[in-house]
Unconditional design. Structure first.
Length: 214
Protein backbone atom coordinates (compact mmCIF):
# COMPACT_ATOMS: atom_id res chain seq x y z
CA UNK A 1 0.00 0.00 0.00
CA UNK A 2 1.50 3.30 -1.06
CA UNK A 3 1.81 6.25 1.25
CA UNK A 4 2.78 8.79 -1.39
CA UNK A 5 1.20 11.72 0.39
CA UNK A 6 2.70 15.18 0.39
CA UNK A 7 5.31 15.52 3.10
CA UNK A 8 4.43 19.13 3.73
CA UNK A 9 2.42 20.23 6.71
CA UNK A 10 1.01 23.31 4.99
CA UNK A 11 -2.55 24.04 3.87
CA UNK A 12 -2.32 21.56 1.02
CA UNK A 13 -2.06 18.46 3.20
CA UNK A 14 -5.74 18.13 4.22
CA UNK A 15 -6.69 18.58 0.57
CA UNK A 16 -4.31 15.75 -0.37
CA UNK A 17 -5.88 13.46 2.22
CA UNK A 18 -9.35 14.31 0.94
CA UNK A 19 -8.28 13.50 -2.62
CA UNK A 20 -6.77 10.21 -1.49
CA UNK A 21 -10.05 9.24 0.16
CA UNK A 22 -12.00 10.25 -2.94
CA UNK A 23 -9.73 8.04 -5.05
CA UNK A 24 -10.22 5.08 -2.71
CA UNK A 25 -14.00 5.55 -2.72
CA UNK A 26 -14.03 5.72 -6.51
CA UNK A 27 -11.83 2.63 -6.77
CA UNK A 28 -14.14 0.60 -4.54
CA UNK A 29 -17.14 1.58 -6.66
CA UNK A 30 -15.52 0.87 -10.01
CA UNK A 31 -13.69 -2.34 -9.11
CA UNK A 32 -16.94 -3.81 -7.80
CA UNK A 33 -19.17 -2.61 -10.62
CA UNK A 34 -16.84 -3.05 -13.59
CA UNK A 35 -14.36 -5.65 -12.40
CA UNK A 36 -10.60 -5.31 -12.10
CA UNK A 37 -9.61 -5.61 -15.76
CA UNK A 38 -12.25 -3.12 -16.94
CA UNK A 39 -11.34 -0.47 -14.37
CA UNK A 40 -8.68 1.93 -15.58
CA UNK A 41 -6.77 4.55 -13.65
CA UNK A 42 -8.35 7.13 -16.00
CA UNK A 43 -11.81 5.94 -14.98
CA UNK A 44 -10.91 6.12 -11.29
CA UNK A 45 -9.58 9.64 -11.75
CA UNK A 46 -12.78 10.73 -13.49
CA UNK A 47 -14.98 9.13 -10.82
CA UNK A 48 -12.95 10.76 -8.04
CA UNK A 49 -12.92 14.16 -9.76
CA UNK A 50 -9.12 14.37 -9.87
CA UNK A 51 -6.44 14.13 -12.53
CA UNK A 52 -4.79 10.85 -13.47
CA UNK A 53 -1.49 12.35 -12.27
CA UNK A 54 -3.05 12.82 -8.84
CA UNK A 55 -4.13 9.17 -8.75
CA UNK A 56 -0.58 8.06 -9.58
CA UNK A 57 0.87 10.45 -6.99
CA UNK A 58 -1.04 8.59 -4.28
CA UNK A 59 -0.93 5.06 -5.74
CA UNK A 60 1.88 3.88 -7.98
CA UNK A 61 -0.19 1.49 -10.10
CA UNK A 62 -3.56 -0.24 -10.33
CA UNK A 63 -2.47 -3.19 -8.20
CA UNK A 64 -1.42 -0.86 -5.38
CA UNK A 65 -4.74 1.00 -5.64
CA UNK A 66 -6.73 -2.25 -5.57
CA UNK A 67 -4.83 -3.45 -2.52
CA UNK A 68 -5.37 -0.13 -0.73
CA UNK A 69 -9.09 -0.21 -1.54
CA UNK A 70 -9.41 -3.68 -0.01
CA UNK A 71 -7.52 -2.58 3.11
CA UNK A 72 -9.71 0.51 3.42
CA UNK A 73 -12.88 -1.58 3.20
CA UNK A 74 -11.68 -3.98 5.87
CA UNK A 75 -10.61 -1.18 8.20
CA UNK A 76 -14.06 0.40 7.98
CA UNK A 77 -15.39 -2.45 10.10
CA UNK A 78 -12.21 -3.81 11.71
CA UNK A 79 -9.69 -1.04 12.34
CA UNK A 80 -6.26 -2.16 13.62
CA UNK A 81 -7.12 -1.11 17.19
CA UNK A 82 -9.76 -3.84 17.30
CA UNK A 83 -6.97 -6.40 17.56
CA UNK A 84 -5.65 -5.14 20.88
CA UNK A 85 -6.22 -6.26 24.46
CA UNK A 86 -6.83 -3.10 26.53
CA UNK A 87 -6.24 -3.20 30.26
CA UNK A 88 -9.39 -3.72 32.27
CA UNK A 89 -11.47 -4.98 29.33
CA UNK A 90 -12.74 -8.56 29.49
CA UNK A 91 -11.45 -10.93 26.80
CA UNK A 92 -15.01 -11.90 25.89
CA UNK A 93 -15.89 -8.24 25.28
CA UNK A 94 -12.89 -7.82 22.97
CA UNK A 95 -13.83 -10.96 21.03
CA UNK A 96 -17.45 -9.88 20.76
CA UNK A 97 -16.45 -6.51 19.30
CA UNK A 98 -14.26 -8.21 16.70
CA UNK A 99 -16.95 -10.77 15.93
CA UNK A 100 -19.63 -8.13 15.38
CA UNK A 101 -17.37 -6.09 13.11
CA UNK A 102 -16.23 -9.09 11.08
CA UNK A 103 -19.76 -10.50 10.73
CA UNK A 104 -21.05 -7.16 9.48
CA UNK A 105 -18.11 -6.81 7.09
CA UNK A 106 -18.37 -10.20 5.39
CA UNK A 107 -22.12 -9.90 4.92
CA UNK A 108 -22.05 -6.38 3.48
CA UNK A 109 -22.99 -5.93 -0.18
CA UNK A 110 -19.50 -4.61 -0.99
CA UNK A 111 -17.78 -7.60 0.59
CA UNK A 112 -20.06 -10.15 -1.07
CA UNK A 113 -19.59 -8.53 -4.48
CA UNK A 114 -15.84 -8.34 -3.99
CA UNK A 115 -15.59 -12.01 -3.04
CA UNK A 116 -17.66 -12.99 -6.05
CA UNK A 117 -15.35 -10.90 -8.24
CA UNK A 118 -12.26 -12.58 -6.80
CA UNK A 119 -13.72 -16.05 -7.27
CA UNK A 120 -14.35 -15.28 -10.93
CA UNK A 121 -10.83 -13.88 -11.36
CA UNK A 122 -9.03 -16.54 -9.31
CA UNK A 123 -8.33 -18.93 -12.15
CA UNK A 124 -7.46 -16.10 -14.54
CA UNK A 125 -5.07 -14.06 -12.42
CA UNK A 126 -3.64 -15.79 -9.33
CA UNK A 127 -1.43 -12.75 -8.65
CA UNK A 128 -4.51 -10.58 -8.24
CA UNK A 129 -6.06 -13.14 -5.91
CA UNK A 130 -2.92 -13.07 -3.79
CA UNK A 131 -3.03 -9.26 -3.62
CA UNK A 132 -6.62 -9.47 -2.37
CA UNK A 133 -5.88 -12.21 0.15
CA UNK A 134 -2.87 -10.41 1.61
CA UNK A 135 -4.69 -7.06 1.77
CA UNK A 136 -7.86 -8.44 3.35
CA UNK A 137 -8.10 -11.91 4.93
CA UNK A 138 -4.38 -12.29 5.67
CA UNK A 139 -4.17 -8.94 7.48
CA UNK A 140 -7.12 -9.83 9.67
CA UNK A 141 -5.74 -13.29 10.40
CA UNK A 142 -2.38 -11.80 11.38
CA UNK A 143 -4.04 -9.27 13.67
CA UNK A 144 -6.19 -11.94 15.28
CA UNK A 145 -3.23 -14.29 15.66
CA UNK A 146 -1.27 -11.63 17.54
CA UNK A 147 -4.25 -10.85 19.76
CA UNK A 148 -4.89 -14.49 20.62
CA UNK A 149 -1.20 -14.91 21.44
CA UNK A 150 -1.53 -12.03 23.92
CA UNK A 151 -4.67 -13.58 25.38
CA UNK A 152 -2.83 -16.88 25.83
CA UNK A 153 0.05 -15.10 27.59
CA UNK A 154 -2.40 -13.31 29.87
CA UNK A 155 -3.77 -16.67 31.01
CA UNK A 156 -7.38 -15.77 30.23
CA UNK A 157 -7.56 -18.55 27.65
CA UNK A 158 -5.25 -21.41 26.73
CA UNK A 159 -4.37 -21.06 23.04
CA UNK A 160 -1.26 -22.98 22.03
CA UNK A 161 -1.79 -22.41 18.30
CA UNK A 162 -3.03 -18.82 17.85
CA UNK A 163 -2.97 -18.97 14.04
CA UNK A 164 -5.20 -22.05 13.95
CA UNK A 165 -7.49 -20.52 16.57
CA UNK A 166 -7.78 -17.32 14.51
CA UNK A 167 -8.87 -19.32 11.47
CA UNK A 168 -11.39 -21.27 13.55
CA UNK A 169 -12.82 -18.04 14.95
CA UNK A 170 -13.44 -16.40 11.58
CA UNK A 171 -14.69 -19.59 9.93
CA UNK A 172 -17.22 -20.12 12.71
CA UNK A 173 -18.48 -16.59 12.21
CA UNK A 174 -18.83 -17.05 8.45
CA UNK A 175 -20.71 -20.32 8.86
CA UNK A 176 -23.08 -21.74 6.27
CA UNK A 177 -25.01 -18.48 6.18
CA UNK A 178 -22.21 -16.60 4.45
CA UNK A 179 -21.84 -19.38 1.88
CA UNK A 180 -25.56 -19.16 1.09
CA UNK A 181 -25.21 -15.40 0.74
CA UNK A 182 -22.25 -15.73 -1.66
CA UNK A 183 -24.17 -18.28 -3.74
CA UNK A 184 -27.18 -15.97 -3.95
CA UNK A 185 -29.57 -18.33 -2.18
CA UNK A 186 -29.83 -16.67 1.23
CA UNK A 187 -30.15 -13.40 3.09
CA UNK A 188 -27.68 -11.98 5.64
CA UNK A 189 -28.45 -12.30 9.33
CA UNK A 190 -29.43 -8.95 10.79
CA UNK A 191 -30.58 -7.55 14.09
CA UNK A 192 -31.29 -10.06 16.84
CA UNK A 193 -30.49 -13.03 14.60
CA UNK A 194 -27.01 -11.65 13.84
CA UNK A 195 -26.36 -10.89 17.50
CA UNK A 196 -27.50 -14.37 18.53
CA UNK A 197 -25.11 -15.93 16.02
CA UNK A 198 -22.18 -13.79 17.22
CA UNK A 199 -22.88 -14.57 20.89
CA UNK A 200 -23.11 -18.29 20.14
CA UNK A 201 -19.82 -18.35 18.23
CA UNK A 202 -17.89 -16.35 20.83
CA UNK A 203 -19.35 -18.50 23.61
CA UNK A 204 -18.30 -21.66 21.80
CA UNK A 205 -14.83 -20.24 21.19
CA UNK A 206 -14.41 -19.25 24.83
CA UNK A 207 -15.44 -22.74 26.02
CA UNK A 208 -13.08 -24.42 23.56
CA UNK A 209 -10.03 -22.49 24.80
CA UNK A 210 -10.91 -21.98 28.45
CA UNK A 211 -8.10 -22.83 30.84
CA UNK A 212 -8.55 -25.85 33.09
CA UNK A 213 -8.35 -23.62 36.16
CA UNK A 214 -11.30 -21.61 34.87
Amino acid sequence: MSNNLSATNGPGRPKDLAKRQAILDAAKILFLSNGYASTSMDAVAAEAGVSKLTVYSHFNDKETLFSAAVVAKCEEQLPPLFFELPDGIAVETVLLNIARGFHHLINSDESVNLHRLMISLGSQDPKLSLIFFEAGPERMLNGMERLLGQIDQSGALSIDKPRNAAEHFFCLLKGAGNFRLLYGCGEPLIGEAAEEHVLEVVGLFMRAYRTEAA
